[in-house]
Ligand binder design. Structure first.
Ligand code: 2BA
Length: 108
């Protein structure tokens, strides 16, 4: 069994979860925060048999849009007030996906 971690934009999270459910996958949403932008995003966990990983990832990718975000060039320095923020644009998402092995799974 595998566990998929998918970091998605908050605005896409409910659609991704709904479509995963519609495709027969169980999932859990966790509220999360990106370390770079320090903005809220959502991490979706999906436990699946290995053979179904590509199908689950396809659903996640299909419903996760990439977006542009304007951020200070150096959030650490800008947030601490040590220098003027120079706005720059980054592309966020669609989805950032990790797939890890699961040693043990049961519903107790
Ligand atoms: P954040 O860490 O807030 O990053 C948001 C976007 O900022 C990233 O989009 C990327 O375009 C840019 N970015 C991140 N770190 C950067 C850096 N050191 N220098 C320049 N630009 C940087 P995505 O790559 O699509 O990532 C979206 C979110 O996925 C991230 O939000 C983070 O929550 C998660 N993520 C991405 N890569 C990860 C990783 N290797 N490990 C854990 N979480 C990750």
């Amino acid at each position: 069994m595998k566990l998929i971690f998918a970091v998605v934009n908050r605005d896409d999270a409910s659609t991704v979860s709904r479509e995963l459910s519609r495709a027969g996958f169980s999932s859990t949403q966790l509220a999360s925060t990106g370390g770079f932008l320090r903005a809220g995003n959502t991490t979706i966990l999906v436990g699946v048999e290995e053979s179904l990983v590509p199908a689950a990832i396809e659903v996640i990718k299909e419903h996760s849009r990439s977006r542009q975000a304007i951020v200070p060039t150096s959030p650490d320095l800008a947030f601490s007030g040590m220098m003027a923020a120079i706005p720059t644009e980054v592309t966020v998402g669609g989805a950032t996906i990790f797939v890890v092995d699961v040693d043990h799974f049961e519903r107790a």
